[in-house]
Design a protein around this ligand. Sequence first.
Ligand code: 5RP
Length: 262
Amino acid sequence: MTEDLSPGDRAKRAAARRACDFVEDGMTLGLGTGSTAAWLVRHLGERVAHEGLRIRGVPTSRRTAELAREVGIEIVTLDEVPRLDLTIDGADEFDGALNLIKGGGGALLREKIVASASDRMIVIADASKEVARLGAFPLPVEVVPFGRHSTRRLVEECVSALDLPGDNVTLRMDGDVPFLTDEGNHILDLHLGQIGDPRPLARALGEIAGVVEHGLFLDLCDTVVMGHPDERVELREGGSGPKGRRRSVRRGRDNIFSDLDE
Ligand code: 5RP
């Protein structure tokens, strides 16, 4: 089977297989979306079948749900299990601070909700996803269909105001029609080239009416498991460990609840 795989797929599979080691009996997992996450789901299915591993999974997309069912993983919803032990998902880019761009597969909204509900997030990726600065991969922004032209104009203005190229925003298409997410929304892809500081951009996008979510995942990822085509795997750990990172976010200046502390 290894012979039939492209180097990229070998790297993705190696990362997914190594990430399986973090999964313990009894865990409830967030299951990511994309080709790397699909390897993970298949490996977990093998562990369920051969080792009797007992896990439950919250899928981040319909296609992940379908695959998980196929391989015998018990599916639950976030309404049934509001807190998850671990989410394992792919990414389109990650930087040295383990900040991510996600949403290439169009599942960013559910992916961010699921990652935010998890005690720990592990990203699985091939080495091509590691970047010095985020932004070469177009940043996906999920928008509701209502008023999408005016939302797009506001997104372009917001991007220009931050001295990023605002004239390069495209509506994601699925053939001749706009792509629809699992939540029935559209996606704008922002071709920015390089994002200096992702925080002001994340804040500004989050304030635009009509924007449901964006693909900047900041301070959510705890560990990256990076695979290589020769099946070597490297781990990148976030600075202060899962709980520390989250606590420091809550205490930091980006804490959206800071007004309530006083
Ligand atoms: C889907 C995602 C994926 O995790 C991301 O696009 C990476 O995909 P792949 O593993 O196929 O390279 O964010 O919305």
